[in-house]
Design a binder for this molecule. Structure first.
Ligand SMILES: C[C@@](CO)(OP(=O)(O)O)[C@H](O)COP(=O)(O)OP(=O)(O)OC[C@H]1O[C@@H](n2ccc(N)nc2=O)[C@H](O)[C@@H]1O
Ligand SMILES: Nc1ncnc2c1ncn2[C@@H]1O[C@H](COP(=O)(O)OP(=O)(O)O)[C@@H](O)[C@H]1O
Length: 325
């Protein structure tokens, strides 16, 4: 049962609509140029303020995610605690719906949601430099998940462009059930440290752009991690093919380092029909129809209720487990 001071935050899936690798730093991290948007599907996180940080996990993805100190929720809380004296923390409860290690930044979204909850509980702005620094320390994708806007992400993920005026893009997200390690995909790219390479500017939505215009612009770019990811997990090629073959699919691409792929459609009905046919043909895959755009804010999500979207396949539920570091 939630206490009266329990606060809730939504942790939406991140989708890399485009992703170019512009080089590799001497420390091994890769320089990216990626147009990022967010889905309407995600995890939910609550925080009941208290003196000791702890974490419990439930939901369909709980069976595959260990509850330990390495969880990105607790990692983010520690990163903020080192910057804010006497930080009020407390008991986090994570409802895990997104597939783990899947290129849609579920862990990063959870970490960003934890930072937003802690900022609220401590009367700190989410764009406070200490919160932003804690995000970057927790993971390369956490700053963009904290910002939650459709934008261009550069550097290793710490440089974010302004909010772009993107119409809601009807989409299907499909994960074939194979976890893919981000580090392994970057390794397969085989770019030498210290090397840079020219990349064309990412297409970006313009004010008033229609869904069709945005999809047409996105088609001129790609995801540089798609080929290396396929070499690590060949099932990604089959997934892309299955998405591309659905009726009305205007663009099929992989997100992040995979294995989740997305299809874009000109209308919601086509996206929902595609999700139904993919789920029917591939009962073991995680399939969801959604829309991509700016992250839903926590209040809008709370008002919309906590139910997942209609067409979802995912891992079996297990009893909630807990950890107190
Ligand atoms: C590839 C992207 C694209 O948005 O998404 P995902 O596939 O993870 O969703 C991200 O850059 C992933 O960000 P994130 O998952 O937070 O990465 P981190 O935990 O910081 O790093 C995991 C590992 O990935 C590699 N890494 C990550 C980011 C980056 N810009 N260059 C890298 O080389 C490093 O080997 C690092 O050890
Ligand atoms: N709350 C969390 N949710 C998902 N993964 C987490 C979480 N905390 C730690 N991890 C670990 O982070 C790694 C990346 O997970 P995730 O963010 O789901 O990947 P991706 O960014 O590729 O979608 C996984 O190895 C996973 O075990």
């Amino acid at each position: 049962m939630e206490g009266s001071s329990t606060r809730a935050a939504f942790a939406p899936a991140k989708v890399n609509l485009t992703l170019a690798v512009a080089g590799r730093r001497a420390d091994g991290y890769h320089l990216l140029s990626s147009l990022v948007a967010f889905a309407e599907v995600g995890d939910d996180l609550t925080l009941t303020p208290g003196p000791v940080p702890s974490l419990a996990i439930d939901g369909p993805g709980a069976a595959v995610l260990a509850v330990d100190d390495d969880n990105l929720v607790l990692k983010a809380a520690r990163a903020l605690a080192t910057r804010v004296p006497d930080l009020v923390t407390g008991a986090f409860c994570l409802t895990k719906r997104l597939p783990v290690a899947s290129g849609i930044g579920g862990g990063s979204a959870d970490a960003a949601a934890a930072l937003r909850l802690l900022a609220r509980a401590n009367d700190i702005a989410t764009d406070d430099p200490r919160v932003v620094a804690a995000a970057a320390e927790t993971g390369a994708d956490v700053p963009v998940c904290l910002a939650g806007r459709v934008c261009l992400m550069e550097g290793i993920g710490e440089r974010l462009g302004p909010s772009l005026p993107c119409p809601a893009l009807p989409a299907v997200l499909v994960n074939p059930g194979v976890p893919v390690e981000t580090r392994a995909v970057f390794r397969a790219l085989a770019l030498a440290p210290g090397k840079t390479r020219g990349v064309p500017p990412s297409p970006a939505p313009m004010p008033g752009s229609s869904v069709a215009a945005v999809i047409a612009a996105l088609a001129s770019a790609g995801n540089d991690l798609q080929a290396p990811a396929i070499s690590v997990a060949p099932i990604i090629a089959r997934t892309l093919d299955a998405v591309a073959r659905t009726n009305g699919c205007a663009l099929a691409r992989m997100s992040g380092s995979g294995a989740t792929c997305f299809g874009l459609y000109h209308d919601d009905a086509s996206a929902h029909a595609a999700a139904r046919s993919l789920a029917e043909a591939h009962p073991g895959w995680w399939v969801v129809a959604t829309r991509l755009g700016p992250a839903l804010d926590d209040a809008a999500r709370a008002g919309a209720g906590q139910e997942g979207p209609p067409t979802v396949r995912s891992a079996p539920t297990r009893a909630a487990s807990t950890a107190s570091p």
